[in-house]
Design a protein around this ligand. Structure first.
Ligand code: NAP
Length: 530
């Protein structure tokens, strides 16, 4: 079958891209590996999964009617409500019409003679189009732990990103969980009260701070509905498109009591303020970061009764905010429960997974149920899992072994007509806000190509090199660039992913937006067209 454009992924990116391409009157096919829309929110159904960002800043902004119709029940939406929302959007705009579900894309090959892409799915279905748009998401390639014996376990075991669709009864069960990132933390705090026992295997602790979620009252609902223009304007004008923006004071120039008072306030407020709204130098100055980390460590020591356990929960190898900060609701108090045990596997490593559970260097554990909250091969992982062949048959996976090379994260050198929403080296920040901006930018460029009669576009090598340098340069000043996390592409479960790389543009959304605007307004001179 032939189309004007093929979109891979029916998450937030794919849904909005489809909506925009339809406006251009294009014939589009969307391939999605899941059985319905939703992407991240379709797959991540683990107990406690929810937004860490304010719901009302995290939905689509393109339709005033949708904004006025939809009611978020909570300030930080739970996964079932978010999936309900995305289904509502799909119904309202009749998006499923062009979508093929249960259609996992395994290959995408470019043909230089016809300037078109052929996409193949797992079942062998093929489709061709001049334009290919990847809406893969930065966190869709989940990774299981590379621990010997993983397949030996006889009981049920699920990765958080592949949670069953039917209800899972964990009541009174002996549960083991590996991983204490954002997903692990949400799952742990949610199931701890219900399970018989919970054994948490932690390799490295992560910093976490309170979410302070609450229901949205009818009065707040009215206020939110009336304030969408201001909410989205605020997001456009913050450094990472969240409602929070760094405080303009410097840590060391602020008197200690004033600092303490400020941190207390941030710690008691909802959302990412403690991370995104902290002193401006927290992310670039080691001493400023040490002081902020010390404040959060003090909170952990206050909340966890056993001082030895508290110390194990305080990161020593990276400062606060150097990895994406999970937000929690009673996570640290879980460790005060009698049915919860923390196993520090940096002290007693896991030797293998057994038929009945887990063997560490110290003990054998038996479980009725196991959870792998072991994260994702971030940003480039979803691309690596598709056999993407560009001009002359070159392989994207091989081209990106060292570092990805893109222009603004929207197109890669050597892969004509392949656009990426949230590809490597796009600006970091509030994901739905970034998606809308990037999709709009891509749509404008596609419109330009159609108006000019171009059938092939590719970023010029010098423009790609220049963007790569800009990306590297701004990252150097950030302390987080040296720290291993999905954001720097480190994942010990994936061969070759043990050193931090720069995978996002950290110079702020303003500068990213400005560069994108320059390229568009200048007639896309950074691209070679045919
Ligand atoms: P993650 O933050 O990368 O955490 C993975 C955890 O698994 C880490 O504790 C890691 O330990 C551990 N791990 C991995 N492999 C292991 C192994 N072989 N043995 C022992 N431990 C192992 O992943 P995540 O929790 O899935 O979160 C990823 C991202 O998803 C978050 O940072 C966030 O951006 C996003 N997220 C968003 C929301 C939201 O907004 N609502 C909610 C959840 C997640 P090490 O640290 O030692 O590697």
């Amino acid at each position: 079958m032939s189309f004007d454009a093929i979109i891979v992924g029916a998450g937030i990116s794919g849904m909005y891209q489809l909506y925009r391409l339809r406006e251009l009157g294009m014939k589009v096919r969307v391939f999605e590996s899941g059985s319905d829309v939703g992407g991240t929110w379709y797959w991540n159904r683990y107990p406690g999964a929810r937004f860490d960002s304010e719901s009302w800043s995290y939905g689509f902004s393109f339709s005033e009617e949708l904004l006025q119709e939809w009611e978020w029940p909570e300030h930080f939406s739970a996964q079932p409500d978010t999936l309900r929302y995305l289904n509502y959007v799909a119904d309202k705009f009749d998006l499923r019409r062009e979508m093929r579900f249960n259609a996992k894309v395994t290959a995408a090959h470019f043909d230089d003679d016809t300037n078109s892409w052929t996409v193949t799915t797992e079942s062998g279905e093929q489709a061709t189009a001049p334009l290919l748009i990847m809406g893969l998401g930065p966190l869709s390639a989940h990774t299981l732990p590379n621990i010997p014996g993983r397949d030996d376990y006889e009981g049920p075991a699920y990765h958080t990103a592949r949670w069953p669709h039917e209800p899972v009864d964990l009541k009174d069960k002996r549960v083991g969980i590996i991983g204490t990132g954002a997903c692990g933390i949400q799952a742990i705090q949610t199931i701890a009260k219900e399970v018989g026992s919970l054994t948490i295997f932690q390799r490295k602790p992560n910093w976490a701070a309170p979410l302070h979620n609450s229901k949205i009252t009818p009065e707040e609902q009215e206020e939110i509905r009336a304030s969408y223009p201001e909410i989205f304007e605020r997001c456009r004008n913050t450094v990472a498109c969240f409602i929070h923006n760094p405080d303009l004071r410097y840590t060391l120039e602020t008197p200690p009591e004033e600092r303490e008072e400020f941190w207390e306030k941030l710690y008691s407020e909802p959302g990412f303020g403690i991370w995104m709204g902290n002193f401006r130098d927290m992310v670039i100055d080691e001493e400023a970061n040490r002081l902020a980390s010390e404040f959060v460590a003090k909170k952990i020591r206050q909340r966890v009764k056993d001082p030895k356990v508290a110390e194990k929960l305080i990161p020593k190898d990276h400062g606060f905010g150097m990895r994406r900060v999970p937000l929690e609701s009673g996570y640290f108090e879980v460790y005060n429960q009698d049915n919860v045990e923390l196993i520090d596997i940096s002290e007693t490593p896991i030797e293998r997974i057994t038929k009945k559970g887990i063997r560490t260097s110290d003990r054998d554990f038996e479980f009725d149920f196991m959870i792998y909250a072991t994260g994702f091969d971030g940003v480039t992982g979803p691309y690596d899992r598709i056999d993407i062949r560009g001009s002359g048959g070159r392989s994207l996976k091989e081209d990106w072994i060292g570092t990805p090379r893109t222009l603004l994260g929207v197109q890669a050198e050597g892969y004509p007509n392949m656009f990426m929403v949230l590809g490597p080296h796009t600006a970091r920040g509030n994901i739905p806000r970034n998606i809308e901006e990037i999709v709009d930018w891509i749509t404008d460029m596609i419109k330009f190509m159609r108006e000019e009669g171009y059938s092939r576009s590719e970023p010029r090598p010098e423009a790609v090199a220049e963007w790569g340098e800009a990306v590297e340069k701004v990252s150097k000043i950030l302390l987080s660039s040296k720290i291993g996390s999905w954001q720097t592409g480190v994942n010990q479960n994936v061969p070759g992913r043990d050193k931090p790389r720069v995978l996002g543009y950290n110079g702020g959304v303003f500068r990213y937006r400005k560069r994108g605007r320059q390229v568009a307004e200048g007639g896309y001179k950074e691209f070679a067209f045919r």
